[in-house]
Ligand binder design. Structure first.
Ligand SMILES: Cc1cc2nc3c(=O)[nH]c(=O)nc-3n(C[C@H](O)[C@H](O)[C@H](O)COP(=O)(O)OP(=O)(O)OC[C@H]3O[C@@H](n4cnc5c(N)ncnc54)[C@H](O)[C@@H]3O)c2cc1C
Length: 427
């Protein structure tokens, strides 16, 4: 192989897989991916990829964009935010429609199916499962050490190793407060249901494949959402709340037991058929395990020398603006464009510096915005509470995320890279 830059991606989630998918087309890059699990497989249920992420997939290339379709993604006609409590109970707080701008808003896709498509066709000798990164030696090039005792030499290390990222700790240092995530106090519980069953309980108006919409229902420290995926075969039904009042207890915990009594208390006053759906879908066993929602404090950098972080390793976020996966795909577009332009390992270092400059402000703004949005959609915001009038332009909170001109974002990164390379050549 006549490769001039050796790149190792650590972590085979959506960030690592989309980056690998984007990089394999460059013949001058020798790319390998390492995943700690015994196979490349997504564990989560479904996520929504909004039009910014879809634009990034298009720009990575037609094969990346087709992965969504092949994974059975269901494009939503719109997103509708409903008030479930207070004087406006049962009414629309705010909504966005595909027809507002004639552009797709968001598509809901099963994560495992999407990951499988992103990795289909990648040569097996570039994919390495059961490889947990343990440490990295830097001596000219990088030597990655895995827990099974094996090693791998590379010029560039991309940490796509998720919220508990080992590479983040290497870049920031173990003692940096931003090296580890923090618990937001919010928790989330999801179930996937057959389409027919969900439609029978929620009714055709709310679950309709011909008029597929994502619904979010705002309660009193409670939120409920549902959407359609897998070509209309499944419905994702999720509830959330926040127990930040008990923060000292829950600070270090990743999971929480939620009893049926607690669920009933949070959602009993929801309008029918939502309370009926909660009862039938979630109250048939005494308790559930919910996930606490964590986020990263702002990192001062995503890069150190030949190492960088991407996806949740760089900017884990609460899910309230459904953007963690989308940001990972945007990262992959920018990183792959810059690595594609680099011709030597030294030029790849310039690519990393530009990646940090371009991606850090946007992604950290999204993490921040998501946290504030979470308080609003759980009826916890003192400013707007459950007042229908104050939710008037709520959906505009998404504008800066979904309306980004991805082509311009990519081209600006490329221009910075050209300027950086020019500067390098005159030194
Ligand atoms: C409840 C919830 C709902 C969400 N909804 C949405 C949504 O609607 N839209 C959206 O865009 N995003 C959403 N997200 C966010 C999205 O799920 C994440 O941002 C995204 O999956 C992150 O992908 P990743 O590849 O960066 O990390 P991960 O998926 O965590 O992948 C990291 C990988 O690295 C591996 N790994 C870890 N450590 C090592 C190591 N030392 N060596 C080797 N491998 C290692 C792990 O096994 C894992 O496979 C949601 C998140 C949550 C919690």
């Amino acid at each position: 192989m006549n490769s001039s830059i050796r790149i190792a991606i650590v972590g085979g989630g959506v960030a690592g897989a989309s980056l690998l998918h984007a990089l394999v087309k460059f013949s001058h890059l020798d790319v390998h991916i390492f995943e700690s699990a015994s196979e490349f497989k997504e564990a989560g249920m479904a996520f929504g990829l909004a039009r910014n992420a879809q634009a990034a997939l298009q720009l990575i290339g037609p094969s990346a964009a087709q992965c969504l379709e092949r994974a059975g993604a269901v494009p939503m006609r719109g997103v509708r935010l409903m008030l479930a409590r207070g004087e406006g109970a049962g009414s629309i707080a705010d909504e966005t429609n595909e027809t507002d701008q004639g552009k797709r808003l968001t598509s809901i896709v099963h994560r495992a199916a999407f990951l499988k498509e992103l990795l289909a066709g990648i040569p097996q000798n570039q994919m390495h499962a059961s490889k947990r990164l343990e440490k990295v030696d830097q001596n000219g090039s990088l030597t990655l050490h895995f827990t099974d005792g094996t090693t791998h030499e590379c010029d560039i290390l991309v940490g796509a190793d998720g919220i508990h990222s080992a590479v983040r700790k290497l870049i920031l240092g173990e003692n940096d407060v931003a090296a580890v995530p923090r618990n937001s106090g919010g928790w989330f519980l999801m179930t996937l249901q057959p389409f027919d069953k969900a439609q029978e309980i929620l009714g055709k108006e709310l679950v309709d494949i011909e008029n597929a919409r994502e619904y979010g229902w705002i309660g009193q420290n409670a939120f409920l959402m549902h959407n359609i995926l897998s070509d209309g075969e499944l419905v994702q039904f999720a509830i959330a709340s926040n127990d930040s009042e008990n923060k000292s207890e829950s600070l270090d915990r990743w999971q929480r037991i939620v009893s049926v009594d607690e669920i009933k208390q949070l959602f009993q006053d929801y309008p029918s058929p939502l309370n009926k759906a909660v009862d039938e879908l979630l109250c048939n066993q005494p308790e559930h395990k919910a996930l606490y929602l964590w986020e990263h404090p702002k990192a001062p950098t995503y890069v150190s020398g030949p190492m960088c972080i991407t996806g949740d390793a760089a900017h884990s976020t609460t899910p309230w603006q459904g953007s963690g996966g989308g940001m990972s795909i945007e990262d992959s577009l920018i990183l792959s464009t810059l690595f594609g332009r680099a011709k030597t390992p030294t030029e790849a270092l310039t690519a990393l510096k530009v990646y940090d400059r371009v991606r850090r402000p946007r992604t950290q703004q999204i993490v921040e915005s998501s946290r504030v949005t979470g308080d609003m959609i759980m009826g916890r915001s003192e400013e707007i509470g459950l007042d229908p009038k104050k939710f008037g332009s709520f959906m505009s909170r998404w504008d800066f995320i979904i309306d980004i001109d991805m082509e311009k974002h990519r081209d600006e990164a490329l221009q910075m890279m050209e300027a950086g390379l020019k500067e390098q050549s005159t030194m």
